[in-house]
Design a protein around this ligand. Structure first.
Ligand SMILES: Cc1cc2nc3c(=O)[nH]c(=O)nc-3n(C[C@H](O)[C@H](O)[C@H](O)COP(=O)(O)O)c2cc1C
Length: 218
């Protein structure tokens, strides 16, 4: 095997943890500490009243390229109510997934504060809403990549109590990309500098990159 990683010294003794005994908070900690690194969707939406909203989500991934779809899981607030992003997506059936460049980490992190419904995080953190091509929700002008999405499907996970979530699947209807960040149809990671979410309050940078060819089937 080739690869740059050093194997740590592991004990070899395996603990079996039962989710029912670990409980919701413990399972949340195991998920955020074990599903690593997680990309961050910086999601912009607009309410039916026209107020824009912006928040980061790391329970996020690509789902399919035909149709092109992304998924994000939005957890209930501690009081059981829905976050503004979910309320807006359900009301308008549209949202924009902006990329999360490392140079915007302070603004991205600040947008995770619980601002009252009706307050726009764009203004609070000093980011610029730019008109989208196919959806009403604006994209973030400072982000070099954005996926404009229409709601494809929502899946309710859990009974609405703490930790329950709504899995939102969005179909991409337009991609907005800074010209300098794409060449021959390939996105350039050095122009995107993607942040990732790690366990606890940690963020990661994507810096140690190496290529390995896929094995040929014999
Ligand atoms: C890096 C980061 C990742 C986050 N990921 C998620 C997530 O995947 N799901 C979620 O429900 N909340 C997540 N949050 C918390 C939301 O951003 C936070 O609840 C925010 O206030 C929601 O805003 P809204 O009410 O305007 O939608 C994350 C916060 C940070 C800082």
């Amino acid at each position: 095997m080739s690869g740059p990683a050093q194997r740590p010294s592991l004990s070899g003794k395996i603990l079996t943890l039962d989710p029912n005994e670990v409980g919701q908070v413990g399972m949340y900690k195991l998920l955020i500490g074990g599903v690593l690194p997680r990309p961050i969707a910086f999601i912009s939406t607009i309410s039916s009243e026209g107020v824009t909203n912006l928040a980061p989500f790391s329970f996020f991934n690509a789902v399919s390229s035909n149709p092109p779809c992304l998924s994000v899981s939005i957890t209930r607030k501690n009081d059981g109510s829905k976050k503004d992003t979910l309320r807006n997506i359900e009301a308008t059936r549209q949202f924009v997934v902006n990329c999360s460049p490392a140079w915007l980490v302070d603004q991205i992190n600040s947008c995770s504060a619980e601002f009252p419904h009706g307050v726009s995080e764009f203004e609070k953190v000093g980011l610029t809403p730019a008109e989208s091509a196919r959806v009403r929700a604006p994209r973030v002008a400072e982000c070099p990549l954005a996926f404009e999405c229409e709601l494809y499907e929502t899946v309710e996970i859990g009974d609405g109590s703490q930790g329950s979530s709504t899995l939102v699947i969005g179909k991409i209807v337009a991609v907005q990309v800074d010209e300098s960040a794409i060449r021959d149809g390939k996105l350039l990671i050095e122009q995107l500098e993607p942040l990732s979410r790690l366990g606890g309050l940690s963020y990661g940078l994507t810096r140690d990159i190496f290529d390995l060819p896929r094995p040929k089937t014999t």
